[in-house]
Design a protein around this ligand. Structure first.
Ligand SMILES: NC(=O)c1ccc[n+]([C@@H]2O[C@H](COP(=O)([O-])OP(=O)(O)OC[C@H]3O[C@@H](n4cnc5c(N)ncnc54)[C@H](OP(=O)(O)O)[C@@H]3O)[C@@H](O)[C@H]2O)c1
Length: 324
């Protein structure tokens, strides 16, 4: 097999493509031939040693993939060689083959192609968990999504609409806002050129926003929090902007509002049935055309470092995949 390898925590350009022996699944594992691997922000942090998880070196980055099962380990039931599946493994996916615990593998319905399927567990799973379990977003509520043209952000725009919310999308360029509108956003704010707080006040008046989904952090967080109405929920998803914001604690008090942490990986580990139910709901929405996942670019395996660089430099919209 061929695998992109991280031998030292360093910028993505230091990753090298290496030949390795073909993997064999251990007990309870399956091996798949990777047809598409999703590119996620945590991959870009992990190879630099900047993520909360620092795998022992050397390792292959790539958290999730979709492909075809080539071998089953001892004791695996309910999966078959030749079956189309997606898998979430945390690492290892930027390779021609991936070995995963059978419990981390999801058989694919016919209507999901490999590229879309590869992008669902992490970004869409996070948006589902955030909006349903943590934000409890209700039909008719107003949802603000920051970084709304990114991986988790665009997923949240579409899922917010599927839940019946009014969705305000905020992003850093007109082109990115147009994309959010094309995927269902009702209104948009360019936080690079507009005053976010004033724009949200104009859009929501005294009622304010009911929930904010924030994968960006940084300089917009306090203004976004101040736009919440009574009983609002601020969903802390990530810090792609680079800075972990601080918040004066009188703000949640005055609004009866909550700062709510979202940690999909830990949720999926503790509640695999809930996570599987979210993925099943997503697959239904995709089949019905309610949610239309965007895979905006494909990179060959050798060019995965360029995909990570594009992500770090805000050039990616929706999701991108590595196709070995
Ligand atoms: N909590 C969880 O369970 C969980 C799960 C998945 C991901 N995450 C985190 O969520 C964040 C987003 O992940 P993602 O995969 O959706 O990433 P992404 O596709 O790169 O989206 C991030 C968005 O942030 C915006 N942004 C603003 N300033 C930025 C900067 N300096 N550098 C990069 N992007 C910037 C970009 O939009 P504009 O250019 O339009 O501003 C971009 O679309 C990451 O921090 C990731 O680690 C958390």
């Amino acid at each position: 097999m061929r695998a992109l390898t991280c031998t030292a925590f360093a910028p993505p350009e230091a990753l090298t493509l290496q030949d390795r022996p073909d993997p064999l699944p251990g007990p309870g594992e399956v091996t798949l031939e990777v047809r598409a691997a999703s590119v996620n922000y945590p991959d870009a942090l992990m190879v630099q040693g900047l993520y909360q998880v620092r795998p022992p070196l050397p390792f292959t980055p790539g958290a999730e993939a979709a492909g075809v099962i080539t071998a089953l380990g001892e004791g695996v039931r309910g999966l078959q060689v030749g079956e189309r599946v997606a898998a979430f493994t945390g690492t290892g996916a930027f390779a021609t083959h991936l070995t995963a615990a059978a419990g981390a593998v999801f058989p694919l319905p016919e209507h999901l192609n490999f590229e879309v399927a590869a992008t669902l567990p992490l970004a869409y799973g996070t948006a589902m968990h955030a909006l349903l379990d943590r934000g409890k977003v209700q039909p008719g509520e107003t949802l603000l999504v920051l970084g709304a043209a990114g991986g988790v952000g665009l997923a949240a725009v579409m899922i917010g609409k599927a839940l019946g919310a009014r969705v305000i999308a905020a992003a850093g360029s007109e082109e990115r806002l147009a994309l959010a509108r094309a995927h269902g956003a009702d209104e948009t704010v360019n936080y690079e050129t507009e005053d976010l707080k004033a724009a949200l006040k104009a859009l929501t008046g005294r009622a304010g926003v009911d929930a904010v989904l924030d994968p960006v952090g940084g300089r917009w967080a306090e203004d976004a929090f101040r736009s919440l109405g009574w009983g609002g929920r601020y969903l802390v998803v990530g810090f792609a902007g680079g800075e972990i914001p601080r918040l004066p604690l009188n703000l949640p008090l005055l609004k009866g509002a909550g700062v709510v942490g979202v940690f999909w990986g830990e949720y999926a580990r503790r509640n695999p049935a809930g996570n599987a139910a979210h993925l099943a709901q997503l697959a239904e929405w995709i089949a019905a055309g309610t949610v239309r996942p965007l895979v905006s670019a494909r990179y060959p395996l050798a060019e995965a470092p360029r995909a990570l660089r594009d992500l770090l430099e805000r050039r990616v919209t929706g999701k991108v995949v590595v196709v070995p």
